[in-house]
Design a protein around this ligand. Structure first.
Ligand SMILES: Cc1cc2nc3c(=O)[nH]c(=O)nc-3n(C[C@H](O)[C@H](O)[C@H](O)COP(=O)(O)O)c2cc1C
Length: 213
């Protein structure tokens, strides 16, 4: 039998980030200001979202305390703004483990990243005006990773309360996102990438084929 199987080898990558969107999670600090936490451990299905969040960050503390957040999705043109806040933590004092990684405390990440805070509709934390896709979320449950007694992260399940999108990435007069104009920022093995032009279309897609598909 003829086979055409690519050569492969076993590897032990330091992280397993094959490519998910960057999410800027906003949460309310104890003093009522809004913190921004860059995340990439995210997926969504129906009206539920799931996040993986490190317990040493301010965002985790805020989310567990107030059970609300906004998931702000930056576009690929905003990679520099995301990286500008990447070393910052809203937590003070900075935990030793984060300090060893090079994190520093910054109270106002909106100013640091050049972002604008606007009021959210159904939750307390502010929304990032410049992010084209904004999802307000209420926390439903948290889960500690099984079998990891000293786990340094939690798995959080949230319910989508409402979604806002910039007009520029929606198809006018519909509830749909225009996949040719929405250019998410992808986090891929700790590098930032954009996405290509549409390649093909699923049989259940509700929007018309683009020129390419
Ligand atoms: C692009 C990007 C993706 C990240 N993804 C995650 C993630 O999925 N989960 C997580 O806990 N931290 C993630 N981090 C690290 C957090 O941003 C970092 O812990 C930061 O301190 C969070 O801010 P905070 O302490 O103010 O909440 C990511 C960082 C960057 C720049």
């Amino acid at each position: 039998m003829q086979t055409n199987t690519p050569e492969r080898r076993r590897i032990t990558p330091s992280v397993l980030y094959p490519g998910t969107p960057v999410v800027l999670m906003t949460t309310l600090n104890d003093d009522g200001s809004t913190n921004i936490s860059p995340l990439s451990s995210f997926w969504a299905l129906d009206d539920r979202v799931v996040l993986g969040i490190g317990t040493q960050g301010q965002g985790c503390h805020n989310l567990l305390a107030r059970r609300e957040c906004v998931l702000n999705f930056p576009g690929s043109h905003q990679a520099a703004q995301v990286e500008a806040i990447a070393r910052a933590t809203g937590r003070t004092p900075v935990p030793d483990a984060k300090q060893a990684m090079g994190y520093v405390h910054v109270g106002d990440k909106f100013a640091l990243g050049g972002f604008t805070a606007i009021a959210s509709r159904q939750v307390g934390p502010a929304t990032i005006a410049e992010c084209p896709l904004q999802v307000e979320v209420t926390l439903l449950a948290t889960h500690r990773p099984s079998g990891a007694g000293d786990a340094h992260f939690v798995i959080a399940e949230g319910e989508v309360r409402c979604v806002h999108a910039h007009d520029a990435i929606t198809i006018a007069g519909t509830q749909h996102i225009d996949v040719q104009r929405w250019q998410p920022l992808i986090y891929l093995f700790r590098h930032y990438l954009g996405v290509s032009a549409p390649l093909a279309r699923n049989f259940r897609a509700e929007t018309p084929a683009s020129a390419a598909t």
